[in-house]
Design a protein around this ligand. Structure first.
Ligand code: AMP
Length: 602
């Protein structure tokens, strides 16, 4: 009888040394990747037996069966909207076992949205243990931040997954070890003021510069923002290092105390940083200031690949290491060959994390490089779902998960391609998030959201008898932070010229219409720059069509792409710009869902 790894397989005794823990983790990976199908069957059976009595499974007619065939026959493949009513009940205080027999400990707020608001993913206490297994990192300068959290009407916390992790005892009380330590004291990471958090983390990173062996952040976009911060604030940082005193703007007492333990007056170091930072070129600044750095640990797969050239520039081509693939729904997998090229990164899904299924997807759209996936599935399509052990090399699939926390056959929205195998377990390239056209940081804007936002914005042009004839968009990452650019071609019948302030209103109206993750990026995290509208001369979009046809697009099927990435197309559009406008201020944003605000104020 095959045995599943023990329930506590991801938790190692605390008295084990780091190298023993690493050895055990590798052994576990070796084991579970050697028999993925067996493990998957056991994982599904464990999830279904412990949740046999939950309302959701009963509603669909599962009466305690735990086998794969019955599960697949009876339980539908779903999207978030299908379980939103159940999620809302939990958020509003219904404590009965609706999705999961274990109590929901909090909600993890996804950067994926529904109806403009972050999706709420239920989680349970033990899930953190499963996740922590993949969070082991070594010594380095990491820029890590918490984001704001909200409470659902029933008082359950709703916050992003990493905020939940950094605030947990798993992170805060991680055993001290000289080789698994960050330059940022916990207090600086847990400070909710993003300026104070970034400043103090950068200062500590500079003070400990010779000890830093690797640098990183979660996403490439976040790491580049940290370099930008240094570009702006190095004189003040040098002042603090020279004098051994801390910038008065750092007011959080626990942050001050933690930083002052590291900060010592160091004239030589301050001079060194000043010399490097005042050089005209910042090429290789990372290797100059942190000379022992061996690699940059950031996610550069998916939309983050747009930042690779900038990272290469600042790091003089140091290896870019992507270690893991994870989400609010569940932890998926790790990159077992971390020093490979970013374009070759593949993630091995860990068969013990959840029960995985794969929905085959067809053709990429060559112009937008995005994948459009069917929204609802017919019977035949449902039967096309395959198990982890049955995916085929080179094929693309949408990921579907069944988790311990109560998601059953849930479509995550990510498209993956099978790149190879670790033992018998498939390894996947991350291809894209389905339907997403624009992304700068963790924001994900799809075509429908873009269309609605543009529709709302153009109402400002009506008094001038002007209409929008065509538009497209582009994620411009040459600025730091990056920003969305819309190219608009107008037909103007009115005689009164349209004042710049009207176009600025259009920019802001577009931003106000985007989902809350975008607005948070703009207003709170400052991880996205002001949206720009570029007006192009009339006839530009005809030229775009001519160009696409010259590349082989069919004239009958040609549709204006709503987002462009291909450099020659962006160049063509930029060469036709007659004027450009930026959003004059940040769109409105506040933590928590809109519905919850109404409850509070009513
Ligand atoms: P969230 O639910 O906000 O934590 O976002 C999770 C999503 O981020 C995933 O479903 C992916 O679309 C994306 N993501 C996470 N890790 C990676 C990775 N290593 N490479 C590319 N995209 C990723």
């Amino acid at each position: 009888m095959p045995e599943a790894p023990k329930k506590s397989a991801h938790k190692f005794p605390s008295n084990l040394s780091v190298s023993e823990k690493n050895k055990k983790a590798l052994h576990l990976i070796e084991d579970v990747t050697s028999r993925p199908d067996e493990i998957q069957e056991l994982v599904l059976s464990e999830i279904l037996s412990r949740n046999a009595h939950v309302e959701y499974l009963r509603r669909h007619g599962l009466a305690g069966q735990t086998d794969r065939d019955t599960f697949k026959k009876i339980i539908p493949v779903i999207k978030y909207e299908d379980i939103q009513p159940d999620i809302n009940r939990i958020a509003n205080g219904d404590k009965s076992p609706i999705l999961c027999s274990h109590p929901i400990s909090e909600f993890l707020t996804s950067s994926g949205t529904s109806g403009g608001e972050r999706k709420l993913m239920p989680t349970i206490e033990e899930e953190l243990e499963r996740r922590s297994f993949l969070y082991n990192k070594g010594k380095g300068m990491y820029f890590l931040f918490i984001k704001s959290e909200a409470k659902t009407p029933s008082g359950l916390l709703a916050r992003p997954v990493l905020t939940s992790y950094y605030k947990s005892s798993h992170f805060k009380n991680r055993p001290y070890d000289p080789y698994t330590n960050y330059t940022s004291p916990n207090e600086t990471i847990l400070c909710s003021d993003s300026y104070q958090s970034m400043y103090s983390q950068m200062l500590c990173g500079l003070c400990l510069h010779s000890e830093v062996l690797r640098v990183g952040a979660v996403f490439a976009s976040g790491f580049i923002r940290a370099i930008r911060f240094l570009e702006k604030h190095w004189p003040m940082l040098c002042h603090d290092i020279r004098t051994g005193t801390l910038n008065r703007e750092i007011t959080d007492p626990s942050v001050r105390e933690a930083v002052l333990k590291i900060l010592k007056p160091d004239q030589k170091l301050a001079n060194f940083i000043e010399t490097e930072c005042s050089k005209k070129s910042w090429q290789g600044i990372l290797t100059r200031l942190w000379p022992n750095t061996k690699y940059v640990d950031v996610i550069v797969t998916g939309t983050m690949s747009q930042y690779i050239p900038t990272l290469d520039y600042y790091s003089n081509g140091l290896p870019l290491v992507c270690t893991m693939y994870a989400s609010s729904e569940c932890y998926f997998g790790v990159n077992l060959n971390p020093l490979c090229k970013p374009s070759d990164v593949s993630y091995t899904l860990i068969p013990t994390m959840a029960y995985f299924e794969f929905l085959p997807v067809n053709k990429n759209n060559v112009v937008t490089n995005s994948v459009t996936v069917r929204d609802s599935l017919n019977e035949k399509e449902r039967q096309e779902l395959v198990d982890l052990a049955d995916v085929k090399l080179g094929h693309e699939y949408e990921l579907v998960v069944t988790t311990y926390a109560g998601l059953y056959r849930y479509r995550v929205g990510d498209v993956l391609r099978v790149a190879g195998f670790k033992n018998k377990a498939p390894q996947f390239n991350f291809i894209c998030r389905k339907n997403v056209v624009l992304s700068i940081d963790s924001d994900k804007t799809d075509e429908v959201e873009l269309q609605n936002a543009v529709k709302n914005a153009v109402t400002h042009l009506m008094p001038f008898d002007a209409t929008l004839t065509e538009y497209t968009s582009y994620a411009d990452t040459t600025t730091i932070p990056g920003h969305y650019v819309l190219f608009w071609e107008l037909s103007v019948n009115g005689t009164i010229p349209i004042p710049p302030s009207v176009f600025e209103d259009c920019c802001l109206a577009t931003e106000e219409s985007f989902n809350s993750v975008y607005r948070q990026g703009r207003a709170s995290d400052k991880s996205i720059g002001p949206l720009e509208i570029k007006i192009v001369e009339s006839g530009t979009f005809d030229k775009l069509m001519d160009y696409a046809i010259s590349l082989g697009a069919s004239i009958n099927q040609y549709k204006t792409p709503r987002c462009v990435k291909f450099a020659p197309i962006v160049e063509l559009l930029n060469s036709k710009v007659v004027s450009s406008y930026f959003s004059p201020k940040c769109p409105k944003w506040s933590p928590g869902h809109k519905q919850w605000m109404n409850i509070k104020s009513s």
